[in-house]
Design a protein around this ligand. Structure first.
Ligand SMILES: NC(=O)c1ccc[n+]([C@@H]2O[C@H](COP(=O)([O-])OP(=O)(O)OC[C@H]3O[C@@H](n4cnc5c(N)ncnc54)[C@H](OP(=O)(O)O)[C@@H]3O)[C@@H](O)[C@H]2O)c1
Length: 245
């Protein structure tokens, strides 16, 4: 199925920011959505917006740390739309802090959401994609996967892991499946610094407010990867605000 119209797209981490912007963008271009995250109220609002504009979407409460939740997300796409064309694993935690703060719970959270969440998505969607002989994984990494800075080591490590897992998956994917890594720079979302050390979060929010790009910039990058012909696999996209060093 070329293009975007009619494609069944599941998004993990769809309730706000980049995921929500991508859901609205793809729905506007005729994709059929299944939206997953923990905040079901936000997902339902998004579904109402999409349906109000004539689109199709369903909300599935999902915690990406639970493998069974990812299975429900992709199964919902199959039940509603008869197939799954794209899984966008976008859920993430940016609860950054310096090592000396010993915020070990947040370290665990970032490992569990950012790395295991992506692995749980692969486990859920890969058998479906293999059976269909088509399918597209899109994973959200970060420019932190390319440049580590103080107070972001754990976050950067998780996003580097996502980059490595995605490249390995691409190499194993074979001739029918597509695998794309999208690495955003500063993006204007509520997630920047959320759950991190107060001082670090405040500095990041100030940087975000000074230079961040709107989340729709990443939505357009996802759409670019999806709309290519099936024989064209966009491997990696890095999108930064022009002002980001
Ligand atoms: N904003 C940036 O500058 C930036 C830069 C580079 C990379 N990124 C990456 O972009 C992705 C999206 O972040 P964002 O900036 O759009 O921030 P955001 O608005 O906070 O979005 C994060 C999304 O992940 C979901 N999520 C978090 N934990 C989850 C869990 N355990 N289970 C299911 N969903 C979960 C959130 O939904 P619920 O809370 O409702 O579960 C939300 O939908 C993340 O992977 C982030 O690391 C962001």
């Amino acid at each position: 199925m070329p293009g975007i119209t009619g494609k069944a797209v599941a998004i993990a981490g769809a309730s706000s920011g980049i995921g929500a912007a991508t859901a609205l963008h793809l729905a506007g271009r005729g994709a059929r959505l299944v939206l997953g995250a923990r905040r079901e109220d936000l997902l339902k609002d998004l579904v109402a917006r999409i349906e109000g504009a004539g689109g199709e979407a369903a909300a599935v409460p999902v915690d990406v740390r639970n493998r069974a939740d990812l299975e429900r997300l992709v199964t919902t796409a199959r039940e509603r739309y008869g197939r799954l064309d794209v899984l966008f694993s976008n859920a993430g935690s940016m609860s950054v802090s310096p090592f000396d703060d010993l915020r070990t719970q947040e370290w665990d959270l970032m490992v569990d959401i950012n790395i295991k969440g992506v692995l749980n998505g692969i486990a859920a969607a890969l058998p479906i994609f293999r059976a269909q002989r088509s399918g597209h994984f899109i994973h959200t990494a970060s420019t932190a996967a390319y440049k580590v800075v103080p107070a972001q080591a754990v976050y950067a490590a998780t996003k580097t892991a996502v980059k490595v897992l995605t490249e390995g998956l691409r190499q194993e994917a074979g001739p029918n499946l597509r695998v794309t890594l999208i690495s955003p720079g500063f993006t204007n979302t509520e997630g920047v610094g959320k759950g991190g050390s107060p001082q670090v979060a405040a500095a990041l929010i100030a940087q975000r407010d000074a230079m961040a790009m709107p989340p729709d910039a990443i939505a357009r990058a996802a759409a670019f990867a999806i709309e290519q012909p099936e024989s064209v696999d966009v491997g990696e996209i890095v999108v930064r605000p022009t002002a980001q060093g």
